[in-house]
Write a protein that binds this ligand. Structure first.
Ligand code: HAM
Length: 427
């Protein structure tokens, strides 16, 4: 077969039906779990005023290099817009706009867009599910948010996930720490990689995120933010850790864990899938962002949340050999040898009774139609030929068992199909 001229754009892909079934099941599982935890869904636009996303930190790569931006076409309202690279800023914008009562517990799902260098597990369009609690300082909110993410991984059957957790303190702590860290890294800059020296000039915290061999020694001896936490932030972090222990969620305190977005304060965390390659093994992350809503024009309001990367979660499930989904085969395939109008009527009738039914189109031979029926995976075939039509009957054939068949009257078709399916599923 010759290759088609157009391919899906770099960093994007088509999820075809078999794979899409796993996606649908996974997204539904998250939605059900979040609803059970008392969160309501927010569906926000896929693009926003660019200013909303500049709050993620102008020195972060997400903002400086990876944003898909464009201009509004309206000459009277010139506006820079951007496809969303994540959803926390949109949720905070929505909170500042609508001012719902707090705590506002919300969940979301959908595609995000980042102009990244595509590789395994790193795409330009990828799907996140996530949740946020807006307007709550209580460490119990941090514990609940992390628990929701953890229970989701558990519900998929994932066993090799590590929760890394840290506290970044408040804005002042971060400022002081940034200066200390910057001084330390500058003194050691001779030993750092060229990329890290570049990062150091813009955002010293991000140097800690480097996985490059030559940086590791300097990073491992760097001062940690834990030594700079205020007593309140220290207590808050301790309560979160105690709470996680009390609900049986294992974690690793990771004092050099920094996140790729700049809005974080206090609790920050990441979930690593141990079976994936280190560079793309983050299957989720999140934390507190107690100043973000104010920056977006809302009242001073705390917030905490997470987002999980569904593309990577599915890769992690594959790496752990998990079968996702609960798809049922099609109940019946209608084979019409009398022209096609019988197939139209019968599929219509049995679908109305809640059964899964399909048919072929065009005037095809019985052999061709039975081949499609077989490929459809249907459990039974309903066959209508001239003889059946004349006697007002159909033939009901077992496609997956012993191939047995029976004639049933047209008026009793739904009952007969129902009985056969029940028998099949009880075997
Ligand atoms: P993030 O760490 O940028 O955080 O992204 C969360 C997750 O999205 C990552 O752990 C990863 O699984 C997935 N992800 C990110 N970029 C890509 C990509 N290019 N391809 C595939 N998957 C990707 C956030 O987005 C924050 N909004 C999380 C948050 C919510 N913080 C507080 N509330």
């Amino acid at each position: 077969m010759s290759k088609s001229h157009y391919q899906s754009p770099r960093g994007t892909r088509d999820i075809l039906p078999e794979e899409a079934e796993k996606w649908r099941w996974t997204l539904n599982s998250f939605a059900e779990l979040a609803q059970r935890f008392g969160y309501g869904q927010v569906i926000s636009p896929m693009f926003e005023d660019l200013g909303v996303f500049l709050r993620l930190g102008e020195d972060t790569e997400v903002v400086s290099k990876e944003m898909f931006t464009f201009h509004d076409k309206d000459p009277k309202a010139p506006q820079d817009l951007a496809l969303r690279p994540e959803l926390t800023a949109s949720i905070c914008r929505a909170f500042a706009q609508h001012r719902p009562t707090t705590p506002w517990k919300v969940w979301y799902e959908g595609p995000q867009f980042r102009y990244e260098k595509p590789q395994a597990g790193r795409f330009r369009q990828f799907v996140q599910v996530g949740a946020e609690i807006i307007g709550e300082e209580d460490p119990a909110a941090d514990i609940e948010i992390i628990t929701l993410a953890w229970r989701f991984y558990e519900s998929l059957g994932l066993e090799h996930i590590t929760l890394l957790i840290n506290s970044l303190g408040n804005r002042e702590t971060r400022g002081t720490y940034n200066r200390e860290l910057s001084a330390y890294l500058s003194a050691a800059s001779e030993s750092l990689s060229a990329q890290s020296r570049e990062t150091l000039a813009k955002n010293p915290l991000r140097v800690l995120d480097s996985k490059r061999e030559e940086d590791l020694e300097v990073i491992s001896a760097a001062p940690t933010i834990q030594d700079f936490l205020s007593p309140e932030d220290g207590n808050h972090f301790e309560s979160v850790c105690d709470g996680l222990t009390s609900v049986g969620i294992p974690f690793v305190i990771s004092p050099r864990l920094v996140r790729g977005l700049d809005y974080y304060t206090r609790t920050t965390f990441e979930f690593a899938a141990d079976k994936l390659q280190t560079a793309q093994n983050a299957v989720g992350g999140g934390g507190r962002y107690d100043g973000l809503i104010e920056e977006l024009g809302g009242p001073p309001t705390q917030g905490i949340g997470f987002a999980l990367g569904v593309d990577r979660i599915l890769l992690a499930c594959e790496a752990e050999g998990l079968q996702l989904g609960d798809s049922k085969p099609l109940d019946v395939f209608v084979v019409d040898l009398t022209g096609g109008s019988q197939a139209t009527q019968i599929t219509n009738e049995i679908r109305a009774h809640g059964f899964g039914a399909d048919r072929s189109f065009g005037d095809r031979s019985i052999k061709a139609q039975m081949k499609v029926a077989d490929r459809s995976g249907a459990l039974f075939a309903i066959i209508v030929g001239d003889d059946e039509l004349e006697k007002n009957e159909v033939t009901l054939r077992d496609l997956r068992g012993d191939g047995s068949q029976e004639r049933v009257s047209r008026s009793n078709l739904v009952n007969a199909l129902d009985a056969s399916l029940k028998e099949r599923y009880s075997q």
